[in-house]
Each structure stands twice: as C-alpha cells, then as structure tokens.
Write a protein that binds this ligand. Structure first.
Ligand SMILES: [Zn+2]
Length: 487
C-alpha cells in the first residue's frame, strides 16, 4: 500500500509547536546521556574504518539501538548497512492508528573514515598512526548525532503521547559507493520524512544543493610490441587514453556551466620500451543534475570510441560509483532552522576556544574563506574561531561536492543541517577536521545537532499539517529516481 502522500490527520494531537517545556525535556534527556554519546563518538574516532570495512562501527550502533528497544535488521544489499525501527503507539488517550498509517520518521547515520587521514587531536599535523585512516569527514560524529536524534525523538513521542515509526538508517561507505544500493532496494521510499546532518564549520540548514556525479574508468586495450624493434606491430592503449583525455579538454568548452570533468591516468603502461597493451583513465563527471551526468557520459563514450578508431584499440567502461544531486525539502529545512534557533548553542570552554583558534591558525589565511563563500556565508565570520550563532546559508547555491543523500532526496523528503563541530575555515577531508572531530567541543556540537533534528522530527510527527506540507512540496518537485550509475 502506498501511504506516502496521505495526510496524517488521524493523529489525535493538536499543534504543539516548540514550547519551552519540550525544549527543556529534550535538553535534559540528552544532557543526562551526554557521556554515553561522547564515548561512542570517541570510540569510533579512535577506531576509524574505511568504506566497506565498518564492521566494528556498524556493530556499535546496532547493539546500542537494540538495547534501546529498536528492531535492527542488517541489509543484504550493502555490507555493514542496517535499518533500526521502533514503533511508538502514542500511549493512552490516543486513538491508535494502524501501523501502516503512522508517519515514518527516519534519520541517517554515517560512520566510514578516510584512508591515510590519521591525525591526533592536536593543533599540529601529527598522525596517530602513519598511513592509517582517520575521521577527516567527521563521520564519527555524524552517526552519533543521528543516534542522539533518534533516541531523543522516542523520548519526546512517548512523553507526549504521539504515535510514529522511528527509524535509524545505518549508511556505510559514504566516501565510496554509499547508500545507493539501499535506495535502489526501496529502503527509504516509504519514509514520510528523513533527516540528517553533517559536521561543518558553520551552523546552518543545508540549503545549498550538491552536484550529481559519476566515477568511471575507461580502460583501453591495445597490442604490446617492442617499442624499438617493432613499433609498427604494436597498437598503443596509452595513445588511445591520451587522445581520449585530449577530447575531454576540448569538450570542456562545449559543456553546460557547472559541469566538471576531473581525471587521472590510472594505468599508463609499464615501460617505455613496451608499446602499452593497457591504459586507463579514471575520471569523475560532476554536474548540476543526474540527467546532465548521463548526457556527458554519452558524449565521453563517443569520444572513447573515436580514440579507439584512431589507434586501432578497444575500450571497456567500469562504473565505480555515482550520486544524484541533493534536492533539499525546504519545508523541513525551515523547520530545522526554527528548531536550531529554539535550542541554545553549546558554550565553548576557554580550552575549547583556544584549541579552535590554534587549529584555525594552522589553515593558510587565504584558504579559510573556501569553506564559506561557496555556500554564501560571509568571510567576516572568520574573525571568530567558532561559529557562535545559527546562520541560514546556501539558498540558491550549489557546491562541487556530492552526497549520497542526494539519491535519498529523490525518493523521500529530506532535510539536512550543518553543525559547527570544526573551527571556522576548517574544511572537510583535512587533517584539521580529523583533529577537531575527536575533540570535546565537537561532541557538544554533535549533541546540539542531534537535539535540533529530534525537535524537528517531533514536530513532523505531531503536526500533521507540517508533514503534509513537506510531502506536498516533495510531490510537487519530484522527478523519477534513476541512479547516475545506471547509464
Ligand atoms: Zn562526509
């Protein structure tokens, strides 16, 4: 049964809004469990696991959620992924609807680390273990912030007698294939609304959109020969790869604005005195929409065919991974902003301020605005080390990076926010963001993000009109989902 577009007017709850009692109860609940949440975030930061290897991290969440009464299901389509659900029936006095009619509120948690990014919680570049992975995208915080949200939401629903199905999606391998197999398996399609967040250097709803992308390898095959004795007998796969790469350079001029191509020669042959039998170009296409990625891919395939014709070689294509553009649900993002403004921001201690200032100083001054300007945040924020207010950035902006949340936003209404876990001017995938993600300040900002999402989610469950508005927006702007990997 498709209940996605139903108005949930049967929930016997009047508009509750953001009352101070609710905020106080939420803060008390999370404050009482603060050390438990911080321990998990610290533990995952100390045991970073890269994409497809997050066995330990995934198990930590599954055990925690099971202990809180969630029914946990590991998903076969993606290693270390899972979904955990708890049904809140609304308690006495509420007309119990049938489960299928309950709003389903989901939160997404990530937990993979980045290879080679190991870093101590220090203001100088200092790996904890040289060459080891590290949480330079703060996913040790991301998963726990969503855990805070899911547990706090259960508390609020139970105490106020509001019925809903509450879900936590364990989303591994974000830095690689990501949750696309989960999206394709329909895991998100029945959700009424989905919330998530990302560690960052500012507090803001995630108004900006992200790029759709496709990571693909074009492999060329030729014929080996002695480059000195019998070059005429060889057909160089490297020649084909180079002609193909050159075609990309010419193609750039004739691509729509916002389309990017970046590549490396991942195989260039072995020795100069052997005509290369194999060569490969590993490239990313990025574009404002999934449809544009497909158009560019079709043109690149023609270019590869041309390069092979010129060199009497052949080619194959390997799709590595691909993500759709993120389509934010503004109704949910507006509600997130209200919740963020209703919740006092954490206060940094003197040591936390000092740590942030020294970490910020380790980023070259001219590089610091790079985290702010693309999302429309003013560079003047950099006068401080920690973003001490709630901003509202990114409307009408698109960043070059991509998120697998994008695919989810094609199948369900998604709201997302950023919380300032890192000093201003510190960007993702740096040693500084890895250092900051293991610091006490980051844990405070993580819990604040969790509370903001819980408050928003509570309103979506308790205010049928709000959820109906989010769903109506989703329906009005919907486009059929097709992964960029399905070229
Ligand atoms: Zn990330």
């Amino acid at each position: 049964m498709n209940n996605r577009n139903k108005t949930f007017n049967h929930v016997e709850t009047k508009r509750i809004g953001i009352d101070t009692g609710l905020v106080a109860e939420l803060r008390r609940f999370v404050d009482e469990r603060a050390s438990e949440y911080d321990v998990i975030a610290q533990d995952i930061w100390e045991h970073p696991e890269i994409a497809f290897q997050e066995k330990r991290s995934s198990a930590l969440y599954r055990e925690r959620l099971a202990s809180q009464g969630f029914i946990v299901t590991e998903l076969p389509e993606l290693e270390n992924s899972f979904v955990a659900e708890k049904m809140i029936t609304g308690g006495a006095g509420v007309l119990a609807p049938t489960p299928v009619d309950l709003p389903i509120i989901g939160f997404m948690g990530e937990y993979d680390a980045l290879p080679g990014m190991s870093q101590a919680c220090s203001t100088e570049r200092q790996p904890r273990e040289v060459g080891a992975p590290g949480h330079a995208c703060g996913h040790n915080l991301l998963g726990v912030g969503s855990l805070v949200a899911v547990e706090a939401l259960v508390q609020l629903l139970e105490s106020r007698g509001v019925a809903a199905r509450v879900r936590y999606y364990g989303c591994p391998a974000e830095e690689s294939l990501g949750r696309i197999p989960m999206v394709k398996a329909g895991r998100f399609s029945d959700a009424s609304a989905i919330l998530t967040w990302h560690p960052a250097d500012v507090n803001t709803p995630h108004r900006y959109v992200t790029s759709a992308n496709l990571a693909v390898v074009f492999s060329f095959k030729g014929r080996a020969s002695h480059a000195g004795m019998a070059p005429h007998a060889g057909r160089s796969a490297l020649d084909a790869a180079q002609l193909f790469n050159l075609s990309m350079e010419f193609m750039r001029e004739h691509l729509e604005p916002g389309i990017m191509l970046h590549y490396v020669v991942s195989d260039g042959g072995q020795r100069p005195n052997i005509v290369p039998e194999s060569a490969a170009t590993f490239l990313y296409i990025r574009a404002p929409s999934a449809a544009m990625v497909r158009t560019v891919m079709a043109r690149l395939t023609k270019a590869a065919r041309g390069a092979c014709l010129m060199t009497e070689t052949s080619f194959t294509v390997e799709i590595k991974h691909g993500k759709c553009d993120y389509r934010p649900n503004e109704t949910i993002q507006d509600a997130l902003l209200e919740a963020m403004r209703a919740l006092p921001l954490p206060k940094p201690s003197a040591e936390e301020k000092d740590f942030a200032a020294r970490l910020q100083a380790s980023v070259a001054k001219e590089d610091r605005p790079a985290t702010l300007l693309p999302i429309g945040a003013p560079a003047s924020l950099l006068k401080a080390a920690i973003h001490a207010e709630v901003g509202d950035f990114g409307a009408g902006k698109r960043i070059g990076g991509s998120l697998d949340t994008g695919d989810v936003s094609y199948v369900a209404p998604v709201g997302q926010m950023n919380s300032a876990t890192w000093p201003l001017g510190v960007g993702a995938h740096t040693w500084q963001s890895c250092a900051a993600s293991g610091s006490p300040w980051a844990f405070k900002a993580m819990r604040w993000a969790g509370m903001s999402m819980a408050l928003t989610a509570f309103r979506l469950a308790a205010e049928p009109k709000l959820l109906a508005a989010a769903r109506a927006e989703f329906k009005a702007t919907a486009e059929p989902y097709r992964s960029t990997m399905d070229v």
